[in-house]
Design a protein around this ligand. Structure first.
Ligand code: PMP
Length: 441
């Protein structure tokens, strides 16, 4: 099995006591030396549950003097809070009996219908989504819970999951929690490389093994920022079908292309072999924790059972808040204004990187989403550098958190989603200063 990435050393970061505590709260498992009297009782699978590097960074990076290019928090400044407050009040007054009651494990029917409109907005029409029926949708507590449930459904300890290199840290967390062996597949500026996928699958076949699924973020990838080229999509889908491997298509950023550009979903190319995950976190409100899975029938039924055993049902209240928002607000215009805001921030970051970063650094040039992926010169270790960056009042996410084996130290993820443009510019200037220092040593 791929070794579990070493637990980050949040204590190595200046002022990181609270960060360490935050890490502990999300599942650090005591090894005994911490004095946890329960340490010999935990299930074996908890050994793979480690605090995410990013969450461990959170408390330090959110200090006001630090420019945080580390987190992936959506910017909610454009949300119409006053009218939302009225809608939420109206919801309780008019529908409180159902909004505050248990509901269906599959999700509130009216929201499942509306999810079709959201997917059609991205794809152009519902037929371009690969067909849509509200009964194929399972509403989830963010797409994170869909990732957790899918892994629970498909992965026995030691089973192989394929994922891009690098990959979304929260997905890696779910895979580790179920003791999956993650095999990373190379990406380039056009996303997942089809030949690398074929090679990984052939290698597995030669070992007499088969991957349970391919996990991929084809649009405005987290953490790399690139999208899977349209011409590669049919080949990826065909390769997975030929090798009998399911695809989990995770698409939280698909509506956030700066020019409104969209790509055919993998699901539209092979609806029977793709589970599609969507989320309201980046296009509305991450704190409501509402996402969805659109799955082939059998998998949908199993997801409903998994949801029942995990939470009985997703909260009716938050689902109905999303539903009211979609029904009463011009959410499409709001999505367009989000695109504008993120484009401006991305431009600020790309401009500042060009001006300030020392020679030998490279970075991606995203056309949507939240993230730039930077590569630093040989000899620089972004994980080891992080405490010095925090001292210089800038934070980023080291590339090591995005690889199941803890590699990736020559990379870092720089988020442009949250700080305003002038702070981004200042953050990159500080980061460049830290990098210059590393290169002088
Ligand atoms: N997938 C990806 C690629 C993400 O970036 C995120 C959030 N950062 C998620 C899933 C989880 O999102 P949600 O808030 O819907 O759980």
């Amino acid at each position: 099995m791929t070794p579990t990435p070493p637990v980050p050393r949040p204590d190595a970061l200046p002022g990181a006591g609270a960060a360490a505590a935050a890490g502990a709260a999300v599942g650090t498992v005591s090894t005994g030396s911490t004095g946890d009297p329960h340490s010999d009782r935990y299930a074996a699978r908890t050994a793979g549950m480690t605090a995410s590097e990013i969450r461990a960074l959170f408390a330090v990076a959110s200090r006001p003097e630090v420019v945080s290019l580390a987190g992936g928090m959506p910017n909610l400044a454009a949300l119409p809070l006053d009218s939302l407050a009225r809608e939420v009040g109206g919801l309780i007054a008019a529908e409180g009996q159902s909004a505050l009651q248990y509901g269906s494990a599959q999700g509130v029917p009216v929201l499942r219908e509306q999810i079709g409109e959201v997917m059609a907005f991205e794809a152009g029409s519902t037929s371009a989504t690969g067909g849509f029926a509200p009964d194929d949708v399972v509403v989830t507590v963010g797409s994170q819970s869909a990732l957790d449930m899918l892994t629970r459904l498909f992965v026995d300890p030691g089973d192989v999951v394929l994922a891009e290199s690098p990959s979304y840290v929260g997905a890696l967390g779910s895979f580790a929690a179920y003791q999956a062996e993650v095999r990373h597949v190379a990406m380039d500026d056009d996303g997942l490389v089809p030949a690398a996928l074929e090679e990984a699958l052939q290698r597995l076949a030669a070992e007499g093994r088969r991957a349970k699924f391919l996990y991929t973020v084809p649009n405005f990838h987290n953490p790399v920022g690139v999208s899977l080229a349209a011409e590669r999509r049919p080949e990826i889908v065909e390769t997975c079908r030929r090798h009998g491997v399911l695809i989990v298509e995770d698409n939280p950023y698909g509506l956030l292309g700066f020019d409104g550009q969209t790509y055919p979903s993998l699901r539209s190319l092979d609806p029977d072999n793709v589970v599609y995950l969507g989320s309201f976190s980046k296009i509305f409100a991450s704190g409501l924790r509402v996402g969805w899975a659109l799955a082939p029938h059998g998998i949908k039924d199993k997801l409903v059972l998994a949801a029942e055993s995990a939470t009985l049902c997703p909260p009716a209240f938050t689902q109905l808040v999303v539903s009211r928002y979609l029904a009463t607000h011009d959410w499409r215009s709001l999505v367009k204004s989000f695109r504008e805001m993120y484009r401006e921030r991305c431009d600020a970051m790309l401009g500042a990187l060009e001006v300030h970063l020392p020679e030998g650094c490279r970075w991606t040039r995203p056309r949507g989403g939240f993230f730039v992926w930077a590569t630093v010169p040989e000899g620089v270790d972004t994980r080891a550098m992080l405490p010095r960056a925090i001292t210089a009042r800038v934070a980023y996410a080291s590339g090591t958190g995005f690889h199941a084996d803890g590699s990736g130290a020559r990379h870092m993820r720089l988020s442009f989603c949250y700080p305003p443009p002038e702070r981004i510019t200042e953050g990159v200037r500080r980061l460049a200063g830290v990098l210059e220092g590393e290169l002088e040593v």
